[in-house]
Design a protein around this ligand. Structure first.
Ligand code: SP5
Ligand code: ZN
Length: 406
């Protein structure tokens, strides 16, 4: 299995976070990725680590608003230039619907965007969205790792089609985008929950809107990255496509992916399926009543579980049921994207299901992602999301991937 990875993801390293009435070291830290990378490196027969390519900002702008992406790129510099402490740029007042009342976004942006704190308040929903000197570089790299995974996966699919033309072989091609910061809490214009760019959403749209030839044509060596120029989109916009590929996103992070849900809420070409702890962060979304809207009605499936009582058996039972349900099977996805969070583990310092204690549960998750009625025979892209039990992360990630490869 190809694993896309780059050290620039380690640069984002805020000194602290404030959660649950406490100031703590930033739990979404570089050591998380290093733990997973260590496991990957210990299994060279199974995993092949490759560097990402650079696809510019264009595919990111198919999901995120331009002013939001510019904010992510420039906020740290503006913060420091305005005399704020250089260790960390972090918000304190957030744009709540009931505080802005009927004032338009246009008016708000005119007044508030002059101050870095105002900007953070417009473009973030909590204090986990912290910026340091090289945060943008990590954000950009994380998204390019997701895009590179998508490109690689499409390449594998096309190659295996050519090879197997005469035979009717079913193959689950797969690639793992090992990236941070994570993405599933970011909407098209708001950051939060350690997330900035929604990597899984960006990879999903990329798979839907670009052909393999277009991906080949727009990819550049990653070393050409230039932070100062990276707001300039260099690649062409995608042409109108004949038939959009159908993507099923399976989100197994402990937390509800409010951002991914929101991005595809009215889109029937993307089926979002989330298993998550409820009650819990991000608090305001994740119920079974959220089923999509308009043309997207029925294409959003939430499977909330009480973290206090959920055991290995209950979790696997729920995953088995949803991946073999009529709704996911009949969707008949062309490709699956798995938002792979590992914070369901019972010891997780940020989240955790109390009764999820067996490492083999992660192996079973990988098997189900491969062999269920809705997934069998489909290519799957793993995109790394949360998971904070540093010393266990490599093993947990590794068991999901090994379950898939089995
Ligand atoms: C990507 C991702 O996993 N983001 C999660 C952000 C969670 N931030 C809020 C943390 C709430 C802390 N809960 C502590 C529970 C201790 N058992
Ligand atoms: Zn999470």
């Amino acid at each position: 299995m190809d694993v896309i990875y780059n050290e620039d993801c380690l640069l984002h390293d805020p000194p602290f976070e404030a959660t649950r009435g406490q100031v703590k070291p930033y739990l979404e830290c570089p050591a998380r990725l290093e733990s997973i990378k260590k496991f990957i490196d210990s299994q060279p027969q199974q995993f092949n680590v490759v560097r990402p390519q650079d696809y510019s900002l264009t595919p990111i702008l198919r999901v995120h608003e331009k002013d939001y992406v510019e904010f992510l790129n420039t906020i740290y510099k503006e913060w420091v230039e305005s005399g704020m402490p250089p260790e960390i740029a972090i918000g304190s007042a957030f744009q709540h619907p009931n505080v802005i009342g009927k004032v338009s976004q246009e008016t708000i942006k005119k007044n508030v965007l002059a101050t870095p704190l105002g900007k953070i308040g417009v473009y973030s929903f909590d204090t986990a969205n912290a910026h340091t000197k090289d945060t943008w570089r990590s954000i950009y790299t994380s998204a390019q790792i997701a895009l590179s995974g998508a490109h690689k996966l499409l390449k594998l699919v096309e190659e295996s089609k050519k090879k197997d033309q005469q035979q009717d072989v079913v193959k689950n091609q797969t690639v793992y985008s090992l990236c941070r910061p994570p993405g599933h809490h970011s909407t098209s214009c708001v950051a939060g929950g350690y997330c900035f760019i929604n990597n899984a959403a960006v990879a999903t749209r990329f798979l839907q809107e670009y052909t393999l030839e277009e991906m080949d044509a727009m990819s550049r060596p990653f070393d050409s990255f230039d932070a100062s120029k990276s707001t300039v989109a260099s690649a062409p916009q995608p042409a109108d496509k004949m038939k959009k590929k159908k993507i099923m996103i399976v989100d197994i992070d402990f937390h509800h992916g409010n951002g991914t849900q929101d991005i595809f809420y009215d889109d029937p070409s993307v089926l979002y399926v989330s298993l998550h702890g409820l009650p819990g962060y991000p608090f305001f979304t994740g119920s079974t009543e959220e089923t999509g809207q308009g043309a997207g009605e029925g294409y959003n499936i939430n499977v909330p579980m009480d973290p206090k009582i959920t055991t290995d058996e209950i979790y696997i039972d729920n995953l088995t049921k949803v991946l073999n349900s009529a709704a996911t099977e009949q969707f008949n996805a062309d490709i699956i994207v798995c938002s792979m969070g590992l914070d369901t583990w019972h010891e997780d310092p940020v989240a955790g299901m109390k009764g999820l204690k067996d490492v083999e549960t992660y192996y079973k998750m990988g098997q189900l992602l491969k062999n269920s009625k809705s997934s069998v025979g489909r290519p799957l892209l793993f995109v790394q999301e949360g998971g904070y039990t540093i010393d266990k992360l490599g093993l947990l990630a590794g068991r999901v991937l090994q379950g898939y490869l089995a």
